[in-house]
Design a protein around this ligand. Structure first.
Ligand code: PEP
Ligand code: MG
Length: 629
């Protein structure tokens, strides 16, 4: 990565502004904050010179981190004491004493007190000093021990990092969500000021882990609107711009940065004028959102009175509360795979049951659609083995993995059936590509129900539906409709698989358009098959949260849309401005067009003008092509 020039020789010339850098609008909102640039695959330690008045607090943080790391190693020791030979246990004990080594404490003390460095920086320097001593040793055995120092150092750094609070707060009466994000500090950093994370890419687990107060924006070099960084950012209501090629060559940790998640633009070291405009736009966006939110209780109806159901997509359990506060009429997609990611142990049946039950009770009498785990591809869990495959997106993912691991899958099915005893639970299977998969899952579900009967555990048979997100499923939707209780169109994957375009590739973002005629046809086929068979059909991909697309989807026969909670009020407002007749007329017009660009242009001409305030208003306007994949 090339560093931008900083100080001119002999002086401290200001480094010029860079921007706007163009990317893809991943999550709406506008922020101005300090950048934190992450190195790929390795945590970067922020270095900060501290004030004299902070020294004691930094030393306190170091002491707390030592205690925490010792406690964690002690816990491991306790857990494995019976299973490991004595010499291995001795290593753990040695780690604990290394942490308490007065030489380490002295080195950190000097770095903090004499050199005025923050705790992370001080620990980093102190550890490097110890490692250098190991490197200088002649004894190869002792030299090898440097790994132990590295291990201990990493523990210590993690303990410093994870001393951060979790932001999404549990509400009264709601169970504390599992601290999935506290377990792994993928960033390896600690942040104290409102911060925009700049990275090449962020995995779903990384993004989930960033539910920390000071993180107010994301910028990544790769990704699209439907990649998981964007999905998670929208769920967390954090502005994000993705697919900004080469951003890390322009920005360094500590630079001021403007993230415009509406236009998909980024400024680095913005001028006072750019900052002022960004702040003003950000405030207008926030107040517009507030006005819309104040109307969250109003029902979603078209101007002609036709009712449309708007539900929420949820990734983390605590989001369910937020969803209902935004006026969601239920949970249309709960991505349960996040329960498995970033965990040392698999979630048990009881644990999953408790969690599902809480969400079901919270939402009752509204429906909750629990999607069985969609693991594999980019969503990996340490405890769920996935075969090593050349094309993981086309590999053993979602229902394919579930059917390969029937015991593991049955644990989840039993938990879901037990939760169904408490409300309207629907179970949804991801990535179904043929009818046999539905039959196999139904068989496993029946067996799970029989097991629950035998065990005397209260339960109820949930409706069993499928995600239509593979083209073969849309093409055979009429056949599937005979055996599935409902459909939900996963347009993110449907676009990826129908157009053979990686959903995370910003290079292909234009190609992977939800408005491609092939996608409109697949959606129409699915909606028609569902209507003919009299089963419900919804859309839960990102297309549902796009105001222009929502109008079109309704025109194609969809009456239920599920999206990130924050988008609900906006979509509700958009739908109010159109009658069913208008939506259907628009859909008929669009279906006759030959390219995605033509469809986008038609929407830009006949729908966008009526939604201009929602699409941003005068200076919040999203430039054409109004909607990105
Ligand atoms: C989709 O593919 O559209 C979808 C909703 O599922 P996910 O984004 O979790 O793959
Ligand atoms: Mg999908």
């Amino acid at each position: 990565m090339s560093e931008p020039p900083r100080d001119a020789p002999g002086g401290r010339e200001p480094v010029p502004m860079v921007g706007p850098l163009e990317g893809i609008a991943g999550s709406p909102g506008i922020v101005v904050a300090v950048a934190l640039v992450l190195e790929q695959g390795k945590g970067s330690v922020p270095r900060r010179t501290i004030l004299s008045s902070e020294k004691e607090a930094e030393l306190g943080r170091f002491r707390d981190a030592v205690e925490e790391a010792q406690f964690q190693i002690g816990e491991v020791h306790g857990r494995v004491a019976d299973a490991l030979p004595e010499e291995h246990l001795k290593i753990l004990e040695a780690y604990q004493s290394m942490l308490g080594d007065p030489n380490l404490a002295q080195a950190v003390h000097d770095e903090v007190v004499v050199k005025g460095r923050n705790a992370e920086w001080a620990v980093e320097v102190a550890l490097q000093g110890i490692l250098r001593q190991f490197d200088a040793l002649d004894d190869p055995y002792l030299r090898e021990r440097r790994h132990d120092v590295e291990f201990v150092g990493e523990r210590l750094m993690r303990a410093l990092v994870t001393a951060q609070p979790v932001v999404v707060p549990p509400k009264a009466g709601f169970p504390t969500p599992r601290p999935i994000r506290r377990a792994t500090p993928p960033l390896g950093v600690i942040v104290q000021a409102p911060t925009v994370v700049v990275a090449r890419d962020l995995s779903p687990a990384d993004t989930a882990a960033m539910v920390r107060d000071p993180i107010v924006g994301f910028v990544t070099e790769v990704g699209t609107r439907t990649s998981h960084t964007s999905i998670m950012a929208r769920a967390l209501e954090i502005p994000a711009v993705v697919g900004v090629t080469g951003i890390r060559g322009h920005v360094r940790t500590g630079d001021l940065i403007v993230v415009d998640g509406l236009r998909g633009q980024v400024w680095v070291r913005p001028s006072p004028d750019v900052i002022a405009r960004a702040r003003a736009r950000g405030e207008r966006f926030a107040s517009r959102t507030q006005v819309l939110r104040s109307r969250h209780r109003e029902p979603a109806t078209l101007s002609c009175g036709t009712r449309i159901s708007l539900l929420a997509n949820v990734e983390l359990p605590a989001e369910a509360i937020l969803a209902l506060e935004h006026g969601a009429e239920g949970i249309g997609l709960y991505r349960t795979e996040f329960l498995y990611i970033d965990r040392k142990e698999l979630p048990t049946e009881d644990e999953q049951y408790e969690l599902f039950r809480n969400i079901v009770q919270l939402a009752a009498p509204r429906p909750v659609t629990l999607r069985t785990f969609d693991l594999g591809n980019d969503k990996l869990a340490t405890k769920v083995p996935v075969p090593d495959e050349a094309n993981p997106a086309l590999g053993t993912r979602a229902v394919r993995l579930a059917l390969r691991e029937p015991e593991l899958f049955s644990v989840q099915l039993r938990a879901m059936a037990r939760a169904a005893a408490h409300g309207d639970v629907r179970v949804m299977i991801p990535m179904v590509s043929n009818l046999e998969e539905i039959r196999a899952v139904r068989k496993l579900l029946d067996r799970a129900l029989a097991d629950l009967v035998a065990q005397g555990k209260p339960h109820r048979k949930p409706a069993l539906g499928v995600m239509i997100e593979v083209p073969s499923a849309a093409i055979c939707a009429d056949l599937f409709a005979r055996e599935a209780d409902f459909f939900s169109l996963g347009t993110n994957d449907l676009v990826q698989y129908a157009l053979a375009a990686d959903r995370g590739s910003h290079e292909l973002a234009r190609l992977a358009s939800s408005f491609d005629p092939s996608i409109l046809r697949l959606i129409r086929m699915t909606a028609k098959a569902a209507t003919d068979a009299d089963i419900p059909v919804s859309v839960c991909g990102a297309m549902a949260s796009d105001p222009l697309a929502a109008v079109l989807l309704v025109g194609m026969g969809v009456r239920s849309l599920s999206m990130e909670a924050a988008a609900i009020v906006e979509i509700k407002e958009a739908l109010r401005r159109f009658s069913l007749e208008e939506c259907e007329g628009l859909a008929a017009e669009c279906r006759a067009l030959a390219t995605a660009a033509e469809v986008e242009m038609a929407l830009a001409e006949s729908v966008a003008p009526r939604l201009s305030d929602l699409l941003g208003g005068e200076d919040l306007t999203i430039p054409p092509p109004f909607v990105r994949a």
